[in-house]
Design a binder for this molecule. Structure first.
Ligand code: SF4
Length: 317
């Protein structure tokens, strides 16, 4: 497998494959028109993989006693155990090579959350279920960035998911070679401002974890570090935290910029803070100043380019 290519798992119907119960698909324009230019998808339709035909009767999660079945509305044809077994196989074999997973929402097999669980009589439901296939993928790969197609329509969640995919891929490349404390510290330094924008406390805690480390089990340290990093990046950065981060970065150019340039940068950050312009605006200005006044430490900051600019993810946040 090419180590530079980003591989993402995808519910096959989101790719436009006609694998749904009614022979339809749920093609995701973002996945197939935008993100597809930068990643390769490995597609899965768990229901077809466990032997269900196209077309097929609908299935849903039904609670029977303490057990949840995935069966037809009349209670027959439970494929729960097969979906779990198939999910576990993908989770423990193929998913190790993935840097993210996009699931189809609301499906009793693929949905990540809030799946309807019906009572046995079919007269009511709660929305507390997790798709049987998705559950296995997430359970066995707690670091893997996962998202659903519907949630990806939210620009903040979309940006956050793609940023985590690229971060995780960066990490997977680092971890594919022998690790050292120096390598971990360098990695952490690159993520300083991105982490600050998401969770300042986590930035400090992870820095302390590495800075005070005296042991000899680098693998265990790396596991603890990456878990902390991926958890800290899970929530989108707030406008307030992004503003603070931009102001820190602005400080690097205090001496280099003219009075007018400083005012222009201050105004751009202020307009972002008040919601008048997207993050893209002050960042473009900062990147321009960085080009004119190079600084190798700042240039190494992932915050400036966490993913390809062509995705235009910072236009909408
Ligand atoms: S939601 Fe999952 S199981 Fe259902 S059609 Fe799409 S890929 Fe197949």
């Amino acid at each position: 497998m090419d180590t530079d290519t980003i591989h993402i798992g995808l519910s096959a119907c989101l790719a436009g494959e006609k694998v749904r119960f009614d022979t339809g698909h749920k093609k995701s324009n973002f996945c197939m028109n935008d993100l597809a230019k930068h990643v390769e998808y490995t597609k899965f339709c768990p229901e077809v993989a466990v032997g269900l035909p196209i077309p097929r009767p609908t299935i849903r999660q039904v609670k029977v006693g303490d057990t949840i079945k995935v069966c037809r509305p009349d209670g027959t044809g439970d494929v729960g155990p097969q979906l779990t077994q198939y999910g576990k196989k993908v989770a423990t074999e193929q998913a190790k090579n993935l840097s993210g997973f996009i699931f189809c929402a609301k499906s009793p097999s693929c949905g990540m959350e809030r799946i309807k669980i019906y009572n046995e009589a079919g007269t009511g439901n709660t929305s507390e279920g997790v798709g049987f296939f998705a559950e296995q993928i997430m359970h066995h790969n707690p670091l893997l960035p996962c998202e659903e197609n519907g949630r990806l329509n939210d620009m903040h969640l979309r940006e956050n998911f793609v940023m985590r995919v690229y971060t995780f891929k960066h990490w997977q490349k680092l971890a594919s070679e022998p690790l050292s404390l120096h390598k971990l510290t360098q990695f952490h330094a690159q993520y300083k401002y991105l982490l600050m924008a998401h969770n300042y406390q986590a930035y400090r805690d992870l820095g302390n974890l590495l800075g005070t480390y005296q042991g000899s089990d680098i693998e265990a340290l790396a596991d603890e570090y990456i878990l902390g990093l991926m958890m800290a990046l899970k929530s989108p950065a707030s406008r307030r935290n992004n503003t603070n981060t931009l102001m820190h970065l602005q400080g690097y150019f205090k001496k280099a910029l003219s009075k007018i340039e400083k005012q222009e940068l201050r105004d751009a950050i202020d307009e972002y803070r008040s919601g008048l312009v997207p993050l893209y605006v002050p960042l473009t200005l900062l990147k321009h100043h960085l080009k004119v006044h190079p600084n190798s430490y700042l240039e190494s900051q992932v915050f400036f380019n966490p993913y390809p600019n062509e995705l235009k993810l910072r236009y909408g946040i």
